[in-house]
Ligand binder design. Sequence first.
Ligand SMILES: NC(=O)c1ccc[n+]([C@@H]2O[C@H](COP(=O)([O-])OP(=O)(O)OC[C@H]3O[C@@H](n4cnc5c(N)ncnc54)[C@H](OP(=O)(O)O)[C@@H]3O)[C@@H](O)[C@H]2O)c1
Length: 325
Amino acid sequence: MTKEHYNWATLGTGVIANELAQALQSQGRRIYSVANRTHEKGLAFAQKYGIDKVYDKIDDVFDDPDVDIIYISTPHNTHINFLRKALAAGKHVLCEKSITLNSDELDEAIQLAQENNVVLAEAMTLFHMPLYRQLPALIDSRELGPLKMIQMNFGSYKEYDMTNRFFSRSLAGGALLDIGVYALSFIRWFMSESPSQILSQIKLAPTGVDEQVGMLLTNAAGEMATVTLSLHAKQPKRGTLIYEKGYIEIFDYPRGEKATITYTEDGHQETIEYGQTAKALSYEINDMEKAVNGNNTMHIDYSKDVMDIMTAVRKEWGIIYPEEE
Ligand SMILES: NC(=O)c1ccc[n+]([C@@H]2O[C@H](COP(=O)([O-])OP(=O)(O)OC[C@H]3O[C@@H](n4cnc5c(N)ncnc54)[C@H](OP(=O)(O)O)[C@@H]3O)[C@@H](O)[C@H]2O)c1
């Protein structure tokens, strides 16, 4: 049975769960129910957003027949156990990035979703921004020629607190899973096929997770990409698509709303704007509900390609999370 709107439960009440609640509020809606490790924080979150139902235990959310979609926004290493329970219970799931720790976990979750005939998606905002939905056709219409290279930067200044989730090995920290996933998802969105050759170098944080990353990726079509990530230094969040006859820059690309095309034959520029950064989670919610209604454009296939890359490079680096030991 298809519906216009579905009942969302949030599993997690942190920074990004607040954004989901606010996005639903902006649509005149509210989250249906709350599951959270610390019950009091669940209660406070529910009070803040006028939500009636807070479960005593997290696992109660999986048994609630009125829950349609579970939004998981706990640390990366906790996702797979919640995914297993949610998908087995026949719930559709939108799970925060990075959706799992590695490819084996994601393969298992994808199979579970298929067996239970439910939608599984990663909350990768850029896949849902109108700019990204429009750009491929627009690029074709501008006759820029073939894609040659992509340059991705992402730097975030996180305090050197080795207990926070960004640097903590036991919370699956590190630049790759936290911010690299955006750069690789961008690359996958625009490349004609997933990169198959990858070189990389890293600088470790004192905890042994990746603090800085440099990557060079090439696919079978000869399209190349570079990625630079830093967790203790800012860099512009800039994605640059380099075509034969022009290049396109997108700033703040995870929730990008604007792109500038420079036509290199004569140097003239054009600015393209679609959608609004502030509505990023709203677009994601709408696409997820469309997917549940049978029009699935969530791109778990791209999430899988990205996870395969992250798993392969992390193996080369020798970074293993406690769950993988
Ligand atoms: N898409 C985006 O733009 C975006 C932005 C930010 C974050 N994220 C992703 O969202 C996730 C959460 O990030 P955040 O910044 O919202 O984190 P946060 O503010 O630290 O919140 C973390 C949430 O996870 C819960 N939690 C922590 N450890 C847990 C455990 N072992 N078992 C069960 N629950 C646990 C916390 O519960 P308590 O209340 O009990 O502490 C809290 O509800 C991460 O995967 C992150 O990569 C995505």
